[in-house]
Design a protein around this ligand. Structure first.
Ligand code: ATP
Length: 295
């Protein structure tokens, strides 16, 4: 369980975060999204204890992060946006090194290493990490964040710059981690992935929360459904006066904001010898929401 209240971070006179409050339940994936510079990384660094907020309170798993940062390290795994690995080390050496930093015994380190390499389908074959592809490096960074089996994961852009297959693998892996009961806070620019895996999403703009909730709540906040009618019509001029239309794939299409308009349009189509092929409801996507709030 994460509870943040009034988190504020100033750099000189600049407020990178401005009284941000939220809660995230155990075993949930919480997404933080926003345009470049909105404050996502600042938020995640505060959550992981890397930087202190200028103001505010933060409790993670019953630990007061600001007064007990050492305790936090034992339950938390952090994946930075860019993880620099030690290029001359092998994965074995690297994970062992971090296991030792977390004061794990040798047996536990070996077991965790085996489990992580297997679950992440990593087959390093004794190579040094400098020889790895970007996708393999990201997987190693994820393995490192998990070596001490933390219950809370703070992941900054876990799939950024990865090819679609590796990206998909990691998204599915995060779902598995949630199923194991881990709590994950992540930021991402791939909003379709955020929509797919997050239980709750926070939208930041210039350090402030502009919206927060599950996808259903966000859609309600950003305006409800619109409807897209696809149809044939012998003479489209009958519709021209009331609606903008497009022609694509052998069909005309119009978008209407509500059921009343939909009925009006389908009535006009029918009256003038047209035929409705399908009507699709369209919810605003996270991408549309971000575009709507502006920079
Ligand atoms: P991106 O999507 O580009 O990674 P972000 O949402 O993660 O952006 P942050 O990195 O949190 O944004 O930065 C928020 C704001 O705070 C930016 O305007 C940034 O320039 C500023 N900022 C971040 N770190 C510092 C710092 N150490 N000193 C001064 N300003 C900073």
């Amino acid at each position: 369980m994460i509870t943040a209240s009034g988190l504020t971070k100033t750099y000189g006179l600049y407020k990178a975060l401005d009284h941000v409050s939220f809660g995230c339940g155990d075993g949930e994936i919480f997404g933080v999204i926003g345009h470049n510079g909105a404050g996502k990384t600042t938020m995640l660094k505060i959550l992981s204890g890397l930087i202190d907020p200028t103001e505010g309170r933060l409790e993670i798993g019953g630990i007061d992060v600001l007064s007990d940062p050492d305790h936090l390290k034992r339950i938390l795994g952090y994946l930075p946006e860019e993880s620099r690995l030690y290029e001359t080390m092998t994965v074995d050496e690297y994970l062992r090194f971090f296991g030792e930093i977390y004061a794990l015994d040798r047996q536990t380190i070996e077991r965790r290493k085996r489990e992580l390499l297997e679950s992440l389908s990593l087959d390093p074959d004794g190579k040094k990490m400098g020889e790895f592809s970007k996708g393999m490096k990201r997987k190693v960074a994820i393995a490192r964040s998990l070596i001490h089996n933390p219950s809370v994961l703070i992941y900054d852009e876990p799939t950024s710059g990865l090819d679609p297959m590796t990206s998909r693998y990691i998204i599915d892996y995060l779902k598995d981690l949630r199923n194991e009961g881990k709590t994950i806070v992540l930021s991402a620019h791939n909003l379709y992935q955020v929509e797919e895996i997050c239980n709750k999403v926070m939208i930041l703009r210039r350090g402030k929360v502009v919206a927060m909730g599950n996808m259903h709540e966000l859609r309600e906040m950003f305006g409800s459904i619109s409807y897209r009618i696809s149809f044939h019509m012998p003479d489209i001029s009958h519709l021209e006066s009331c609606r903008e239309y497009s022609f694509e794939g052998g069909l005309y299409h119009v978008s209407v904001p509500d059921i009343g308009e939909m009925n009006r349009c389908t009535e006009v189509i029918g009256r003038h010898g047209g035929r409705v092929e399908r009507i699709e409801s369209h919810y605003p996507t996270l991408e549309e929401m971000l575009i709507r709030i502006g920079k």
